[in-house]
Design a protein around this ligand. Structure first.
Ligand code: SF4
Length: 202
């Protein structure tokens, strides 16, 4: 895994399209139990080089009921966005994740993570890639049908502050989905540990 991660971090396959240049932001280990597949690093994350090290990440950690130490423990949690480098800005926010990463790296990384108990699909790009035709009409409908994708996957909306309106209009997410999410995350992280993790579900 170390050699593969070194290869990923040296990738410059689509450098010509990246306004800030390549800086792949991935966290992985062969023993990880929980995999989080997001969209692409924000400009803040590009600067720090740490996945979800921004306001979206604060919200995501609250949803999961995990603290920073556990979230950044690569031996237990893997984090692989759909696009590994910051893609730049478009007219209505950040551009979509680069497509090259999935083709170049996803399968190779996944092949080395044989103990993943649960994969969180955060946002439309991850859901489209991993669920394919099993997706419902859009993110809202797919998240509402989350039980259908158990035990392997759990689809989630993007926790970006830009989605505050969505959270207000869909209170069932906080009320019905988050308790299940926390329980499933806790269960996945406890696998192989012999006990529930410290800093686990809130
Ligand atoms: S976005 Fe993906 S394919 Fe492009 S340089 Fe970064 S890691 Fe390589």
């Amino acid at each position: 895994m170390d050699a593969l991660l070194a290869e990923v971090r040296a990738c410059n396959a689509c450098a010509a399209h990246l306004p800030l240049g390549p800086r792949p932001v991935v966290q992985a280990s062969a023993g990880a139990r929980l995999l989080i597949v997001g969209q692409a690093p924000s400009m803040t994350v590009h600067a720090t080089g740490r996945p979800w090290d921004d306001r979206s990440g604060e919200q995501l950690r609250r949803w999961l009921g995990v603290e920073r130490d556990l979230f950044y423990d690569a031996s237990r949690i893997a984090i692989m966005p759909m696009g590994y480098c910051y893609p730049g800005r478009g007219t209505s926010g950040d551009l979509p994740p680069r497509r090259e990463c999935a083709a170049l790296w996803h399968e190779r990384l996944l092949a080395q993570m044989k103990h993943i108990e649960l994969t969180l699909l955060v946002g439309q790009y991850a859901q489209r890639h991993f669920l394919g035709d099993a997706r419902k009409g859009g993110v809202t409908e797919t998240v509402a049908a989350f039980a259908e994708y158990a035990p392997r996957f759990m689809p989630l909306p993007h926790p970006s502050p830009r989605n505050t309106g969505w959270f207000k209009h869909h209170p069932w997410f906080e009320r019905e989905v988050l308790p299940v999410l926390r329980a499933r995350v806790r269960q996945a992280l406890a696998a192989g540990q012999g006990a529930a993790p410290k800093g686990g579900a809130a």
